[in-house]
Design a protein around this ligand. Structure first.
Ligand code: ADP
Ligand code: ZN
Length: 567
């Protein structure tokens, strides 16, 4: 966002060269490194793959002493340390995968000044023995702790998707040190609210905040609503079209992963028998229910291009820096835009064109809502915090659903979500004004022609219905009643006695739901949160109900499917 223009100290550039072999800093890195080296706190918000680690590793090498890196990704610490060692650095980590004896050895060596960097999980900071070590290290005569870097800093915020209560203890830990180190926080997923939380909860002191653009211009975004029964076929044909390319297909569950991998494997094997078959993609699978050994084998085969398509749960991908992934297909809608963008963003890291395709159906959202209700709450949280967490997850899911249902530019939707409107991404539900009015031109919505249909009548019926029945029912039930369904639920609540019952008998239920969804999006209706998201009148309802003749409401409709243009 802003480039402080501060010259990066020569030692920093030199460290970048000697440890990593890079000649220059990437956008955003230089101001963060400079700020840290000048003793200022820092907050870096950059998309995955932008190079956040360098922003604290380079200062760690330059500052001397021991830099602590707080990270929730215990399973990746070993890999990170190995990579740094290979680069000639002296890193370490301290977590529960080490035996107590190993942990003592690490702490002893750290106190003797062996290490430049130590990765720890946030829970570790609450450990008395560790606190004792850190206080000694930060005291006069100790090795010094010049910097505490917080990775995945959005975990400190309840507004984000990965709230970790133990992150709330980081600031207290730092406050107990005899000498306050510089604090630097990094995240790939901060909306405005999360960003404010990070500054507040980590008690950053007037940090240098750098937010780089979130746009990934080389990625094509596609969304398709596909009934569950047809998703397998759709993905199979996609994979065939992309034979010879490396890709990931994400599924919501382990079971679905196994099934889809088998389905694709069989379909592609049948191709192999056919005449003139070219390269037949090799399918692999990956989820946390598989033996570790098999997971490793598959991961390596994928990285080395011996597996073309990896069918996986979201357990796959973290810490895998494979540059030439050409597509990421989602078999289901993920639980949030954050999760989606992180997973989809594994495509095209090399900067070449790549495709991100999201298939969804209404069942995806039903399943996710069910899972949100069933997830046991973290017992360390107070009841109101738990409730907040549940409501928040509904909110994140609603925004994901908005992405699936929007007819506006998909890229504009994502960038706006992350508060990155610099690219000119528009705010309107229709994406009007996005990228100077024309949309990005590289997403399925921008490549679809939409017809505009006047739905003022149905919209008014829906508003009158909600007004009459008093905000007690959700979208599906309202749509059913307007359509004239005689279902048990409709009769149970005597909705068949409402004035507008059956008023939209000739409009398909799905279409009625679209209209209701858009009424919510444009402020005529409001949809509550929680398990039963009931509809009520929104702030603009009166303007329509008071002057029905003057009310006009239209909807865009997919005239023809965008040919799935790859690039
Ligand atoms: P993030 O943590 O933001 O997801 P990483 O720190 O893992 O990103 O970096 C992503 C990739 O970019 C790594 O392969 C890293 O070595 C590389 N990288 C980082 N900084 C630079 C740079 N200044 N020049 C070239 N490559 C870089
Ligand atoms: Zn677009």
């Amino acid at each position: 966002e802003k480039d402080a223009g501060a010259a990066v100290p020569a030692e920093a550039l030199q460290a970048l060269r000697s440890y990593f072999g890079y000649d220059s800093f990437r956008p955003g890195q230089a101001p963060l490194v400079s700020a840290i080296l000048s003793g200022r706190d820092a907050l870096g918000v950059m998309p995955t793959g932008a190079g956040k680690s360098v922003c604290y590793q380079v200062p760690a090498f330059v500052m001397g002493g021991l830099t602590l890196v707080v990270s929730p990704l215990v399973s990746l610490m070993g890999d990170q340390v190995r990579a740094l060692k290979a680069a000639g650095a002296r890193p370490s980590y301290l977590n529960s995968t080490l035996t107590p004896g190993q942990q003592r050895t690490v702490l002893r060596r750290a106190a003797e000044g062996w290490y430049q960097i130590m990765y720890v999980a946030p829970e570790r900071l609450e450990d008395e023995r560790f606190l004792e070590f850190a206080r000694a290290a930060a005291s006069p005569g100790g090795v010094g702790i010049p910097l505490v870097a917080v990775d995945e800093a959005h975990c400190v915020s309840q507004w984000g998707q990965d709230f970790r209560p133990s992150y709330l203890g980081i600031a207290d830990f730092v406050a107990k040190l005899p000498h306050r180190p510089v604090m630097a926080a990094f995240t790939a997923t901060a909306t405005g609210r999360v960003r404010d939380d990070i500054e507040e909860m980590l008690r950053l002191r007037s940090p240098e905040v750098v937010v780089t653009g979130f746009d990934r211009p080389n990625l094509y975004f596609g969304v398709e609503e596909v009934p569950d029964a047809r998703k397998g076929e759709r993905i199979l044909s996609f994979v065939r079209e992309h034979a010879g390319e490396s890709g990931i297909v994400y599924c919501a569950t382990r079971k679905a992963t196994d099934e889809l991998a088998a389905f694709l494997g069989e379909g592609l094997a049948a191709d192999a028998g056919g005449a003139g078959a070219g390269h037949v993609p090799v399918v692999g699978r990956y989820h946390a229910g598989m033996p570790l050994e098999e997971r490793r084998r598959n991961r390596d085969a994928f990285v080395e291009d011996r597996i073309d398509v990896m069918v996986a749960t979201n357990a796959f991908g973290m810490g895998i820096d494979k540059p030439n992934v050409r597509y990421v297909v989602h078999n289901n809608a993920p639980e949030s835009i954050e999760a989606y963008y992180q997973e989809a963003g594994r495509a095209g890291r090399d900067g070449d064109a790549a495709t991100c395709l999201l298939l969804w159906s209404g069942n995806d959202f039903r399943l996710r809502r069910f899972l949100i209700d069933r997830t046991p709450a973290d017992e360390r949280l107070a009841p109101d915090q738990r409730e907040f967490g549940v409501r928040n997850r509904y909110r994140l899911l609603d925004q994901m659903q908005g992405y699936c249902e929007t007819t506006g530019c998909l890229r504009a939707y994502i960038l706006h979500y992350f508060g990155d409107d610099a690219a000119g991404a528009g705010r309107g539900a229709g994406g009007a004004g996005a990228f100077g009015g024309g949309g990005c031109g590289r997403c399925s919505n921008c490549l679809t022609e939409f017809a505009v249909e006047d739905v003022s009548g149905p919209a008014l019926s829906a508003l009158r219905f909600v007004s009459e029945t008093g905000g007690r029912f959700g979208k599906s039930l309202v749509a059913d009643a307007l359509h004239g369904s005689a279902s048990e639920r409709v009769r149970q609540w005597r909705l068949d006695e409402a004035a507008d019952y059956g008023a939209l008998a000739d409009v398909p239920v799905g279409r009625i739901k679209d209209v209701i969804g858009q009424l919510v999006g444009r402020g005529y209706l409001e949809q509550g949160q929680g398990r039963f998201p009931v509809l009520s009148l929104g702030p603009r309802a009166a303007e329509a109900l008071d002057d029905p003749a003057g009310f006009s409401f239209s909807l865009k409709r997919r005239e023809r499917r965008a040919a799935l243009l790859r690039r």
